[in-house]
Ligand binder design. Sequence first.
Ligand SMILES: C[S@@+](CC[C@H](N)C(=O)[O-])C[C@H]1O[C@@H](n2cnc3c(N)ncnc32)[C@H](O)[C@@H]1O
Length: 217
Amino acid sequence: MDHEFWLERWKTQDIGFHQPQFDPALDKFWSRLAVPAGARVFVPLCGKSLDMQWLAEHGHAVVGAELSEQAVGEFFAERELVPTVRHEANFTVKSSGPYEIWIGDFFGLPESAVAGVAGVYDRAALVALPASMQDQYADKLKALLPKAPILLITVDYDQRQMNGPPFATSPRMVDDLFSDRYGRIDLVSKDVLADHPHFQQRGLTALTGAVSLLRPR
Ligand SMILES: C[S@@+](CC[C@H](N)C(=O)[O-])C[C@H]1O[C@@H](n2cnc3c(N)ncnc32)[C@H](O)[C@@H]1O
């Protein structure tokens, strides 16, 4: 997916991926990462996810990375926060309270952006990328944060039935991407098609939603 694709999705508000409530996986499973209280956490490809607010409300400082300045603008505006702005390493960095969001291409994110980060939350980030870019994504994440556990939320389906995003990402694909450095614990794997009628309309006959914990070895 090129940058224009995502910028256009934000411009036209074609953001069906955005959830109007916290993802239930956070309440159920975030504690399994054992991220120390108060530690910084990283949300790659964060959009304007409410989940960043959940993480902040649970005591974390949140670092996000997002391509779309509009998405980040909406995130702060919806909380009536006026961020301070600085420029670093080709990124515009907007911060307010517990949030610091780096606006630009995740693949160019400097290590300094995630200094001190002790946990990663990936919902709809890995699966936003086609298989051909998922390798690059996993390599970048591993290079940035070799020691941080990851709560990873993925979907899997028959890729012949629908084009991504989200892209079908099986447990085996996750293992191919991460098992050199992380052990994977399956937390949930269940059919969620009934919760996604729009995917049914797009031709899916089955959709597995999965939550995994990736623990650095
Ligand atoms: C499917 S959305 C998910 C957003 C968020 N994680 C959520 O759960 O709502 C994927 C997001 O990744 C952003 N994105 C795509 N490619 C990116 C890149 N190379 N660097 C930073 N952000 C990117 C898009 O603009 C979009 O907001």
